[in-house]
Design a protein around this ligand. Sequence first.
Ligand code: CA
Length: 361
Amino acid sequence: MQRRDFIKKVGVGSLAVGSGLAVSNAAHAKAEYKWKMVTTWPKNFPGLGTAANKLAALIGEMSGGRMRVKVYGAKELVPAFETFDAVSRGTAEMAHGAAYYWKGKSEAAQFFSTVPFGLTAQEMNGWLYHGGGLEMWRELYAPFNLIPAPAGNTGVQMGGWFNKEINSLDDMKGLKMRIPGLGGEVLKRLGGTPVNLPGGELFTSLQSGAIDATEWVGPYNDMAFGLYKAAKYYYYPGFHEPGTTLEALINKEAMASLPKDLQSIVLNACKVVNLDLLSEYTARNPAALKTLVEKHKVDIRRYPDDVVRKMRQVSREVVAEVASRDPFSKKIYDSYEAFYQASRAWSDISELAYLQARDHT
Ligand code: CA
């Protein structure tokens, strides 16, 4: 009984974020801080866009209505790929997106979203929160007047949607594919043409033949865009995005203008959403995969082993090259690489060994 009372008092049940906990209109009227959050996602897009909504709702709830954050979908206030600049100059106080979209600002930003053949979601969280990653991320964004925070993770993504079979490395040549970040650079070195497009443009680009293939996220998100209607084959694994961290960006002056408790609320709300979104993908992807296979008759294919091996080799080269371009990138790479090597030794006899034991012995 005592434990139940305790749970009631601290409201553990309310950790189901965004579930009917809207701040009252009276509290809204009294909000002392009204922020805008621009995003790289279509408004209310399942998982990605709704995570941004949850983050805004949580900040409102946790602050008792002292803060109110209004969320804007891509293009509502600024285009998807201008959100970084918008928060940097203070047009909006916050953004929700992914760090690999900002490689034009700094190539090293890509380490904080995902690295081909790099860390998984759980390992990324280990590196960011307890392995020095987040401190370096903050240092990297400080000159842009921005504070970053992990705010979601997709887990392992799918390789993508293709209209031709990938049977050998030759099939990657000439392939025009939407694939952002370092994965795009890997495709380029295999003779393909990577392009980056916001999610909202994928379906029409694939259907019209403007691109030959696209990756997006995984079954849950890809089904929402109807990508199965525009491509024949759905390849795995998503070597290029093994556990993509999504990010919240916060304008430095806007953050400094908040009292300490609200600063903590903003950062901790990001942390809640970081966990919540990974949990959502873990729950929704299996059901969506079943629907894609059974209802929509999607042809699921595994990349051939020699293609995977080559992509792994090229990925290692690409990542090392990014690291060699400037001293700060090298510092981030060294930290990431050290964590990766140590993590592999442990993952091999924990997660990997367990999953193999569970399914194959
Ligand atoms: Ca992706």
